[in-house]
Design a protein around this ligand. Structure first.
Ligand code: 0WE
Length: 258
């Protein structure tokens, strides 16, 4: 049975009710996990209020700001987790960002700054969060990160995000190798395209979704709930022998050659 009772799960990347991280948080909670939520603070406190309202039904026992580009805030985050929880069992990484200019047009136009920012926020952040979580995962643990097919194959316009996801997938393997002896498992979920706040900002996302509906074996896109259920599995003892893997939750799209 899938059972996360007694497990403490820190979930990053919830922005609104369409967020993949929100789908994951709900399924972890449904499986009995205690939830901690991080949000990306803005100067008006709007994001904090929005995420707090959204996640209130899950009764999070931690609610903390997490801007992965702010080292002091990251130190405070893990300090607060240690103080309030004493340990962590589950870490969910659902963070990515590339500038709008980087997600359209020629890949050769990627600037050094845009490249650095995308890789920092989308890929280095997993290393940073894993380093913070490692000493707190005293009973073993599970780390799950989100990735996308564009990190393995060329998807038009995904550009520098594809490079970031390639880095993230390799990080999952290096982290799995390092943390395995401490019974910390590290895996990624490669989701098919889903309509979220982030993806709706991308030109042509609807065409991509229609393409998946025509080509994918299941002839449909996947939902945040389906990603959440796979995350719950990867965080549970049901997957105790699985680490360093990328699990596709994409209606089977990735197996098709034509
Ligand atoms: O990883 C992603 C998107 C993540 C993302 C989204 C945005 C939109 C707003 C990262 N940075 C930004 N920056 C913004 O300013 N996906 C897997 C969704 C996605 O993004 C694409 C896709 C798909 C699918 C971009 C181009 C082509 C396909």
């Amino acid at each position: 049975m899938l059972d996360l009772k007694g497990k403490k799960a820190l979930v990053t990347g919830i922005a609104n009710n369409k967020s993949i991280a929100w789908g994951i948080a709900q399924q972890l909670h449904a499986a009995g996990a205690e939830i901690g939520v991080t949000y990306l603070p803005d100067d008006r406190g709007r994001a904090e209020e929005k995420v707090q309202k959204l996640t209130a039904p899950l009764e999070p026992t931690l609610f903390l700001p997490c801007n992965v580009q702010d080292d002091a805030q990251m130190d405070e985050l893990f300090g607060a987790v240690k103080e309030k929880w004493g340990k962590v069992d589950i870490l969910i990484h659902c963070l990515a960002f590339a500038g709008r200019d980087e997600l359209t047009g020629d890949f050769t136009n990627t600037t050094r700054g845009g490249y650095g920012r995308a890789l920092d926020i989308s890929a280095y952040s997993l290393v940073h969060l894993a380093r913070g979580a490692k000493p707190l995962m005293t009973d073993g643990g599970a780390i799950v990160a989100m990735t996308y097919l564009g990190g393995v194959r060329v998807v038009p316009n995904y550009n520098v995000m594809g490079v970031a996801k390639a880095a993230l997938e390799m990080e999952v393997r290096y982290l799995a190798a390092e943390l395995g002896p401490d019974n910390i498992r590290v895996n990624a979920i490669s989701a098919g395209p889903i309509r979220t706040l982030a993806s709706s900002a991308i030109g042509g996302i609807l065409d991509m979704i229609h393409h998946v509906e025509e080509i994918a074996p299941l002839r449909r896109t996947v939902t945040q709930t389906e990603v959440g259920n796979t995350a719950a599995f990867l965080c549970s003892d049901l997957s105790s022998g699985i680490t360093g893997q990328v699990t596709y939750v994409d209606s089977g799209y990735n197996i098709m050659g034509m």
